[in-house]
Design a protein around this ligand. Sequence first.
Ligand code: SF4
Ligand code: SF4
Length: 133
Amino acid sequence: MTSERVDALLERCTQCGLCREACIVEAMGAHSITSFLCGDEDYSSWLCASCWRCQEACPEGVDIHAVMMERRRQEQPPTGYWANFRNILRSGYALPMGEGINELRRIHGLDAVKLIPVDWVAILLGEDSEKGA
Ligand code: SF4
Ligand code: SF4
């Protein structure tokens, strides 16, 4: 299923497959937005290394980044996406960084990671702070 916006972005696409040939996600056996561009339904717009080799390979100048962002608005993100996103907002790292990591960092002579309060993360995400923790 595509939106009108995606249809407009794909006007110049000839499904030549050059973007898919260039894609490093495809080279690893998974299916990125480039499979969608080739007409396949088995893909995830969230599987991407942001290398933009696909964009450089496209002879028609299709705005593949814009297609990907449009599709992401329609598709569920992978499991763990929001947890990782919250972690990044809280500490700058995708993995959870509690006080345990600071103890390890102190042992190795590193500065502590500065954590912002969980309810601030909820505010940044526009969530009810009761639910966002
Ligand atoms: S390289 Fe461009 S024209 Fe070819 S399939 Fe990909 S987006 Fe479409
Ligand atoms: S930007 Fe994403 S979809 Fe494009 S070639 Fe790189 S990994 Fe593949």
